[in-house]
Design a protein around this ligand. Structure first.
Ligand code: CA
Length: 221
């Protein structure tokens, strides 16, 4: 899951990045409204954390332009303390949730998890199909009821595919969402991780669709 953090206060950005990465999210950061607008229009994110008080272009304008261009990713806005008008304007402009600064990181993480679930129509913090189960609060994985130890990268891959169970994700969609943008990776790296997970769990846990990408099967009804 890839998150864009658009915030100009470095200490908040650093705290957010560290906390979100500890939860195995891939985090991209931008520090002004123009960068935010560009990133939101040209890259894909599963969620955006958007400060309303951004330099160059304010957060509300950025949000309105994204929504006018049919960018529908969930957006959590950060507002200054007690500025109720900002919250109202933000929600009216297409924000999905808001937090007032200063906020507790635990609350922000809970809201992020809830927004991620809502965006895919899931009501539970547990992602599951017939064989695989992931607890997104504990970051734990089990296969056929048995706990499995996975690396953070393996977790990100499994959680992403299970989040979109039944839908094929292309190699580039996956790579964009599970690797840090600053880290260079060769095209074989994803295949290596998938091969390792198939050995660790079962060869059928991730299916390859030739020329299209990879899919984790949805639960049978
Ligand atoms: Ca600010």
């Amino acid at each position: 899951m890839r998150i864009l953090v658009a915030e100009d206060e470095r200490t908040i950005v650093n705290d957010l990045k560290r906390s979100l990465e500890a939860q195995h999210y891939v985090v991209s950061t931008v520090y002004d409204g123009e960068e935010a607008l560009f990133a939101g229009e040209h890259e894909s994110f599963d969620l955006v954390i958007l400060d309303l008080g951004l330099p160059k272009l304010d957060g509300l304008t950025v949000l309105r332009r994204w929504r006018a261009r049919h960018k529908r990713m969930p957006v959590l806005i950060l507002t200054a303390r007690d500025d109720w008008r900002d919250k109202v304007d933000g929600m009216d402009s297409g924000a999905d949730d808001y937090l007032t600064k200063p906020f507790r990181m635990e609350e922000l993480l809970a809201r992020v998890r809830a927004l991620m679930r809502r965006s895919t129509g899931q009501s539970s913090p547990i992602l599951a199909n017939d064989v695989l189960e992931i607890d997104t609060r504990q970051k734990s994985v089990s296969f056929r009821g048995q706990p499995v130890q996975v690396t953070p990268l393996e977790y990100r891959l499994l959680a992403l595919l299970l989040h979109h169970a039944g839908s094929v994700l292309s190699q580039s969609e996956i790579v964009e969402r599970i690797y840090d943008q600053e880290v260079e990776h060769d095209s074989n790296a994803l295949e290596v991780v998938i091969a390792r997970l198939r050995r660790k769990l079962h060869s059928s846990v991730i299916e390859t669709r030739r020329g299209q990408g990879y899919v984790v099967p949805a639960a049978r009804p």
